[in-house]
Design a protein around this ligand. Structure first.
Ligand SMILES: *Cc1c(COP(=O)(O)O)cnc(C)c1O
Length: 358
């Protein structure tokens, strides 16, 4: 990665390590046993990334008509699960031939039924405890028990919809033991409920949200423990991670434009900015990085971009080696929720180049 990054003739650039990504997804697949693995496209829908992952997953989860169309074009034979709040009627009709549709409300169910035949999971919003979550998906996502019962009642009048199971994506940023505990709590509620609705071979999609620790780039989610635990659940279990699949294999590489000290604070100003890599701003962390052209004793500095806003910070008060204009910095862990969630057009700077290592 380093030699490749230094050989580029223009910064900023994204580099995706497709070879590394492929071995990562293979090891996840191997750890999961009989559990089905769908990739959540919203983490990074880059076509090369989708093509790298596709042979090693059971399908792709999409959350909009745009993602649905993109994934179908990129991977015509891949199974698709379609979820997300606020689906339009047009999106529901596009999604009719998806392998599974995750229904979010009774009115969505009624609109879907009017479109034709579909296999559905009902998205549940269960009052389960998720003490350490980075993000809990309560609020508008899914349905409480009363509303799920209302859907079950509506289904009796709409035989064109086949209820296959329950979907629950309840939290993100959790480690394997906590996620397993959550999956067990979901199972305990969902299996009797599905049995009461007469569902045979029930399916449980327990979502994504596996922890990615940006303060510890070498740490990985314990897929073996998770796969072993999920294997004990007496149902067809499916998961749909995004971040923990692609985060580790993207770099945002750029060069130093200026170094200055203002009121005692040292700032390293980099070409580009958080309009290309919004992850540290949205997550409120320091993006991990490597200085590629220099080493030496570290001193504190704040790494910023070219945007005219004090929010354009990649990493605040971190130790950096002595840097001068022209030095090259690589932000690591930039493969998920990075380029595709960023506000690209702000200030009209040039877009980064994209490179793929195979
Ligand atoms: C975002 C999302 C995912 C993926 O979450 P990660 O944190 O990227 O693993 C999976 N399922 C649903 C419903 C989501 O909204």
């Amino acid at each position: 990665m380093k030699e490749y990054a230094l050989s580029l003739d223009r910064y900023p650039a994204y580099i995706y390590d497709l070879a590394g990504l492929e071995s990562h997804i293979k090891s996840i697949r191997a750890a999961l046993g009989s559990t089905e693995l769908f990739y959540a496209a919203k983490a990074n829908p880059d076509a090369e990334i989708l093509r790298t992952i596709a042979p090693h997953v059971d399908g792709v989860e999409v959350s909009s008509g745009g993602e649905l169309t993109h994934v179908r074009e990129t991977l015509p034979r891949t199974r698709i699960a379609f979820g997300g709040p606020g689906k339009t009627t047009q999106e529901l009709s596009l999604a009719l031939h998806a392998d599974r549709i995750h229904v979010e409300s009774p009115s969505e169910l009624t609109r879907l039924a009017a479109q034709g035949f579909a296999n559905i999971l009902l998205r549940a919003n269960l009052p389960l405890s998720t003490p350490d979550a980075a993000l809990t998906m309560s609020g508008p996502f899914g349905m409480d028990e009363d509303t799920l019962n209302e859907c079950a009642y509506l289904l009796t009048d709409n035989p064109q919809l086949t209820l296959r199971g329950i979907h629950a994506h309840l939290a993100s940023g959790l480690d394997a033991p906590t996620m397993l505990d959550l999956a067990d709590q979901i199972t305990e509620w969902a299996l009797p409920w599905l049995k009461a609705q007469g569902v045979n071979n029930p399916e449980l999609n327990v979502g994504g949200g596996m922890a990615v620790d940006y303060t510890s780039p070498g740490t990985r989610f314990d897929w073996h423990a998770y796969g072993a635990g999920l294997g004990l659940i007496p149902a067809k279990v499916r998961i749909e991670p995004g971040r923990a699949i692609t985060a580790y294999h993207g770099w945002y590489v750029t060069d130093v434009l200026d170094v200055k000290t203002t009121r005692g604070e040292t700032y390293v100003i980099l070409r580009g900015g958080t309009h290309h890599l919004r992850t540290p701003v949205t997550k409120g962390h320091d993006q991990p990085f490597e200085a590629l052209t220099t080493n030496g004793p570290g001193s504190p500095a704040t790494l910023v971009g070219q945007l005219c806003t004090p929010k354009d910070v990649f990493a605040r008060n971190v130790l950096v080696p002595p840097l001068i204009p022209g030095d090259v910095i690589a932000f690591t862990m930039a493969g998920a929720y990075a380029w595709n969630i960023s506000h690209h057009d702000f200030l009209m700077h040039p877009k980064p180049a994209f490179h793929y290592i195979r």
